[in-house]
Design a protein around this ligand. Sequence first.
Ligand SMILES: [Zn+2]
Length: 381
Amino acid sequence: MAVVITGIAELTTNDAELGKLRDAAVVLDGDRVAWVGAAADAPAADERVDVEGRAVLPGWVDSHTHLVFAGDRTAEFGARMSGQPYAAGGIAVTDDATRAASDEQLAAGLRKHVDEAVSQGTTYIETKTGYGLTVADELRSATLAGRYADEVTFLGAHLVPPGTDADEYVDLVCGPMLDAVAPHVTWADVFCETGAFDEEQSRAVLTAAGKKGLGLRVHGNQLGPGPGVRLAVEMDAASVDHCTYLTPADVAALADSDTVATLLPACDLSTRQPLPEVRALLDAGVTVALASNCNPGSSYTSSMAFCVTTAVLQMRMTVEEAVRAATLGGAQALRRDDIGVLRPGSRADVHVLNAPSTTHLAYRPGVPLTWAVWRAGARQR
Ligand SMILES: [Zn+2]
């Protein structure tokens, strides 16, 4: 069944030729976009939806979340807001709660958080394992995640479980754990950071995952300068995520690579880190993505709009740059060319704002502006 969405005051396509259109229409046919152009030229369809002067853009692509978890870290967050620093070790609290939870509890949490994201305009979502850290629990996390998320990433290398020898654990991740989980995931990721995995351990994990045919991602340069960005570029990772502390050499390496710099501003705010210096990245020509990093410890929000608002108001991105990074940038971080864009043939992922332009995302901070969402052609709200 075809649907024509008309009455679009401002249409952000992210397509190089189509650009931004005024007084536009979009036709969806099944799970694909069939037509984009001026409202006056729109073909007939089975159903017509007039959005009455609202702005339309591709649905948010959230390329970095951790939604397979149980438990609660409100107290840790409260302590942090009272001045305690963030450390990678807090992950172990969620590991214990996740292992103790039933499949049904984990599935209910996944469904709740994916629904919450979709209701706010997210139409494509990646999520990671990484709160299991045993072969059985990582396998369980990966299979449950595949039921609800569009893409699943293996993050066995999230933290060395307390009381475990680090090198022995890396051998487990690169061997039996990867063997068990690889058939259920597209990507592998490693937390390359002080307190998590060092450069050599991270390289070993990425090398083993690459040999299994998985795409690579890296958590790096979150809590201080480090080897994460350099390693991600060396391994041709699709994305290096956080990038809170970058040297000029890191920026130059990214600019000379196909690795996307994924920024997670809600996480930086929630851990009281500085926000990334995005202007240096953009000026150097680095592809930038924005993502939520939704997880119970360091960034418990599914709101991509909040990330966009923060990127504009506090990181000094333009609205166009931030919206692009949260849509097309996320698609590039997942190495897909059929999402984060509205053109004939792309996935029918459409976000209608209750506002005449995307500028309102920053002009009206904190106001829920999602008015309608189609995800792969299916109307969500
Ligand atoms: Zn993360």
